[in-house]
Design a protein around this ligand. Structure first.
Ligand code: DP6
Length: 326
């Protein structure tokens, strides 16, 4: 059987997916919007082989952990579709710290879904890939797409998938990705979703979220960076207010996270167009325009609590590459 390697970029959620109406099928409580990130990527090689007694999975050099178990479950889904029982060898590497709020499960399960389905001889279109990827990790359903992406809030597995709303060519936005810590977060997003409904603020958020999605889509379509940035930053703060008021409370921020947020506000006062957003981790995305990228990078890099700064631009769809990982 064919050995396949896929490189998939992560995404940054502009309107966040938080809460699931079906945990097993990973049907979200609300639709979400994101931007793919060229430069922040997972590469995965998959081959199904005769004679393997069990799946042989290596992620960033590790053979045994929860992620490996999740990958094996996903391989089972692919085997069910392909109707065979061959075990697989899987090697996957991230070029950014995983499980730190930078959507490694999104790019990881997007790369795995595409590599495994192709290696199994399946020919899935973007919609079916998105549905299959969603079963591995919700945000992965967006990462099989490119550019600016919307995850439709369907009520069933068949209607809950993502699509590209505008390609990466539409608008050149930059994301200065700030690593304040590279060790994994203590509560995974998968666990956190379960607490969403315990926050008093969650119902109110859900009432308004469709309107917010429409506004963010319009700002993207009309390339209004100031409008987009304001909406995205306010969305991040609203989302973290939900996390903070959940039971148990989820305080994702580290001191370095707050230091970066203050620096972004300060830069804005000085006329630099930059806005932050944060997912369930402590690392920060700073969205900006190409003319400000270098300045933002320099300013953030000199902060005492910052470990590393990675540069990303709007990314495309996952790609099959020739260079295998084994
Ligand atoms: C805050 O997709 O990681 O980043 O479906 O359980 O794998 P699972 O969760 P995951 O949740 C992402 C949550 C978020 C928001 C977002 O990416 O939209």
């Amino acid at each position: 059987m064919r050995k396949v390697t896929i490189k998939a970029s992560a995404d940054v959620a502009l309107v966040k997916y938080w809460g699931k109406k079906d945990e097993k099928l990973r049907l979200p409580e609300n639709g979400s919007l994101s931007m793919k990130l060229e430069g922040i990527e997972t590469t995965t090689t998959v081959e199904f082989r005769e004679g393997l007694a069990k799946d042989d999975v290596k992620i960033d050099g590790e053979f045994k952990n929860n992620e490996v178990r999740r990958v094996i479950k996903h391989l089972d889904r692919v085997r069910d579709l392909a109707r065979f029982n061959l075990k697989a060898k899987v090697v996957s590497v991230n070029n950014f710290p995983k499980a730190t709020g930078l959507s490694s499960s999104g790019s990881g399960f997007a790369a795995l879904t595409m590599a495994a389905s192709r290696a199994a001889g399946l020919d899935l279109d973007e919609k079916d890939l998105s549905i299959l990827a969603r079963l591995g990790s919700g945000s992965a359903c967006r990462c099989v797409c490119g550019g600016f992406v919307e995850w439709l809030n369907g009520d069933s597995s068949k209607t809950s998938y993502a699509k590209t709303i505008l390609s990466k060519k539409h608008w050149d936005i930059r994301d200065v990705v700030v690593v304040v810590e590279s060790k994994r977060k203590s509560v995974s997003s998968t666990e956190g979703h379960n607490y969403s409904g315990t926050s008093l603020l969650y119902k109110e958020r859900q009432k308004r979220i469709e309107k917010k999605i429409k506004k963010v889509k319009l700002a993207i379509r009309e390339k209004e960076f100031g409008k987009l940035g304001k909406l995205v930053e306010a969305e991040a703060l609203e989302f973290h207010s939900v996390l903070l008021t959940s039971d148990p409370p989820l305080l994702a921020w580290y001191p370095g996270t707050v230091q970066v947020m203050h620096e972004v506000l300060k830069m804005r006062e000085e006329g630099v167009e930059a806005y932050f957003t944060i997912s369930t981790g402590f690392n920060v995305h700073v969205l900006t325009l190409p003319i400000f990228e270098e300045r933002v990078k320099k300013r953030i890099k000199r902060l005492a609590l910052v470990e590393d700064v990675l540069l990303a631009k709007v990314g495309g769809k996952p790609e099959e590459i020739e260079k295998h990982l084994y």
